[in-house]
Design a protein around this ligand. Structure first.
Ligand code: GLA
Length: 326
């Protein structure tokens, strides 16, 4: 009898450890704008990590706070282990952390860092994001360089500085570009801060049109903002108001689908360039970091900053190739 009990305990133990072993790690990847090329790329690179490490990746779109909260509950119900998120609203940070805890999920953020009600970053949540101000300066530098190549005079040029004020990374990007221009002689009075709602082409197009109506005398324009969609909106507004593409230098950030589509057009549009960011670092490395946290108990670094590189219609294929994107 004893032997039988012992044997069944043994078998039970083996079975138990096998099931424990068989429970696949499950990681959620929640994004605020599933339709944007940037987030498609992030998901793609997260999938690469999932294949490599053999975990299950659950991709979820959450365009607002309600969807985000139910996404977290949903992941909890599926017994996921953790999730990576680009939140639709950074001020939800504390609520996200609370909800993740209730569902026994580890959480890290990507792209848009959580902030407290007073706007301070929540440093206890590991984050991967761009060095926004520096990337903005890079945009400023590239705008100036192209302006010089076209032999434009400062006095003739207006700068449409599109800014999404609700999002710190967006503010920093626009400020970085504007500061760079000012520091290199561009008249501050000709830089027009142009706030828009949400980061998409339609909203920045509307904001751009309002500005252009007020500054009808200006015939040469620089355009910049937090990402490609936003800069493209500003460029379209100018083109729609009769400003020729050769009199517009628009630079975006991200370097994903929206920018590539623009470069693929036969004619040069007013959208001149983009700073390509590392979707692979944001999607792949965040997923690997989360996986290691779950399986090895190794909490990811509190903050990881990533960089970018300028590409234009003339060289985007070569740059993408060099970055392993084509
Ligand atoms: C924000 C923007 C995205 C992209 C990322 C990069 O989330 O909305 O388009 O620029 O930052 O981190």
């Amino acid at each position: 009898m004893k032997k039988i009990i012992l044997l069944s305990l043994l078998i039970g133990g083996v079975l138990f450890s096998q099931t424990a072993f068989a429970k696949k790690v499950k990681i959620g990847f929640v994004v605020k704008q599933p339709e944007s090329g940037w987030f498609q790329d992030e998901w793609k690179f997260a999938e690469k990590a999932a294949k490599e490490k053999g975990f299950t990746l659950v991709k979820i779109a959450a365009e607002d706070g309600d969807k985000l909260m139910s996404a977290i509950d949903n992941l909890g119900a599926q017994q996921a282990d953790g999730f990576i998120v680009c939140t639709p609203n950074v001020k939800l940070g504390k609520a996200i952390v609370r909800r993740a805890k209730q569902n026994k999920l580890k959480v890290m953020s990507v792209d848009d860092r959580f902030v407290t009600a007073s706007g301070k970053p929540i440093t206890s949540v590991p984050h991967i994001g761009i060095s926004a101000y520096k990337i903005g300066q890079q945009v400023g530098e590239s705008l100036l360089k192209e302006m010089k190549a076209r032999k434009w005079q400062f006095k003739d040029v207006g700068a449409m500085a599109l800014v999404y004020e609700q999002l710190p990374t967006a503010q920093e990007r626009t400020k970085g570009a504007a500061d760079y221009l000012i520091a290199h002689g561009f008249p501050k009075a000709n830089i027009f801060m142009t706030p828009h709602e949400l980061d998409n082409t339609e909203k920045s197009f509307n904001a751009g049109n309002t500005l252009i109506a007020k500054k009808a005398k200006i015939k040469k324009w620089l355009v910049f903002g937090m990402n490609d969609q936003v800069s493209i909106g500003g460029v379209r507004a100018l083109e729609g108001n009769g400003i020729a593409a050769k009199n517009i230098i628009g630079i975006g950030i991200n370097g994903s689908e929206e920018a590539i589509n623009e470069f693929k057009k036969k004619k040069q549009t007013g959208f001149y360039g983009t700073v390509i960011l590392s979707a692979s670092k944001h999607g792949y490395e965040s997923s690997i970091a989360m996986y290691n946290w779950i399986t090895k108990g190794k909490k990811p670094a509190p903050i990881t900053y990533t960089t970018g590189i300028l590409a234009t219609k003339a060289n985007f294929r070569a740059v993408r190739k060099k970055l392993g994107l084509e």
